[in-house]
Design a protein around this ligand. Structure first.
Ligand SMILES: *[C@@H]1O[C@H](CO)[C@@H](O)[C@H](O)[C@H]1NC(C)=O
Ligand SMILES: *[C@@H]1O[C@H](CO)[C@@H](O)[C@H](O)[C@H]1NC(C)=O
Ligand SMILES: *[C@@H]1O[C@H](CO)[C@@H](O)[C@H](O)[C@H]1NC(C)=O
Length: 290
């Protein structure tokens, strides 16, 4: 190698090092530049892989779902949020995503819930007779995940997303609204609802998805009855039961939507399931289970 060539390549190399050094500094400044505007956690890392993996997993768990286009699901999600302000996402934006994930819900299988997150999912795992939103294709794909886009470029914002209540039309709340509405609209026969009789306050919050989205989305021509299960914690207080005021108010609300209503306190199969974790409690003595 001639001396000149050598010098040239050293210079070029130095140039590259300098440029990349500046590049990194620049990138860092850009990362810091947009102030963290949202208070919620950012998009779940590896979101695309998780969703596509769950998509194939769901098809293998429930072959009756048929063949779904898993890359298409991701595509519809990106179409819904990319290059959009995360506080300006509506149910309308997710319409196509809801369409490509549509499924038939067998009659009498829908199980809605409020404030019983843990028990309700233990129950649907223990019996194949029921299906919650999180057991539907759409709910299963997105359960527990966070996502939002950015206005400046396509791609997800991994730094921060709006939290649930930060703004009315945000990327997460609008998604769960349309997912819940789609599930309720597709429900038929008897629809069960698992409620928490030990939680404080009214049996359902006024702003709960159950009241604002799910009950209004049930179709009175397809749903024969809304059957409530009010479950107290084995060790907990009995704050609400079928004859308490807040249940009567809920009954009225359900009937206003032209739906038939019934209510059961501490449905026995659920008590049995609670006893798995509290075997020594007197209620769990096999001879005393009501
Ligand atoms: C909100 O979204 C709508 C429809 O996507 C759009 O027309 C409007 O400009 C957006 N507003 C803001 C403030 O981003
Ligand atoms: C009912 O609510 C109480 C208080 O919020 C909670 O500790 C309990 O786990 C809930 N019960 C069920 C079955 O989810
Ligand atoms: C949220 O979106 C709806 C359209 O779905 C619109 O009518 C409403 O004004 C929006 N609310 C806010 C606070 O932007």
């Amino acid at each position: 190698m001639s001396r000149l060539l050598w010098r040239k390549s050293i210079l070029a190399l130095a140039g590259i090092i300098l440029a990349s050094g500046f590049g990194a500094a620049e990138a860092q400044r850009n990362l810091k530049a947009p102030k963290k505007r949202y208070t919620g956690p950012g998009t779940t890392p590896n979101l695309r892989n998780i969703i596509i993996g769950r998509c194939y997993h769901y098809m293998s768990l429930y072959p009756a779902t048929g063949v779904k286009d898993c890359s298409g699901v991701w595509q519809e999600l990106t179409d819904a949020v990319f290059r959009k302000e995360p506080c300006n996402i509506t149910e309308e934006d997710y319409k196509k995503l809801a369409q490509v994930t549509a499924q038939t819900i067998p009659c009498d299988k829908s199980l809605l819930w409020s404030r019983t997150n843990d028990l309700v999912h233990r129950y649907t795992k223990a019996t194949e007779s029921f299906m919650t939103l999180e057991d539907t294709f759409l709910g299963f794909l997105f359960n527990g995940l966070t996502w939002c886009g950015k206005t400046a470029s396509p791609g997800m914002n991994y730094n921060a997303c709006p939290s649930w209540k930060e703004c009315t039309n945000n990327s997460l709340s609008s998604f769960w609204k349309i997912a819940s509405a789609t599930f309720s609209q597709a429900s038929c026969g008897t629809v069960h609802v698992m409620l928490n009789g030990s939680a404080d306050g009214a049996i359902t919050r006024k702003e709960s998805m159950l009241r604002t989205v799910e009950i209004p989305s049930l179709n009175p021509n397809k749903v024969s009855e809304v059957k409530l299960w009010v479950i107290d914690d084995i060790q907990g207080q009995d704050r609400n039961s079928c004859n308490s005021e807040s249940l009567l108010e809920l009954q009225h609300y359900i009937e206003e939507h032209n739906l038939a209503y019934s209510c059961i306190d501490n449905y026995k199969p659920l008590t049995t399931l609670q006893c798995v974790e509290n075997p020594n409690h007197p209620v769990c003595n096999l001879c005393s289970i009501r």
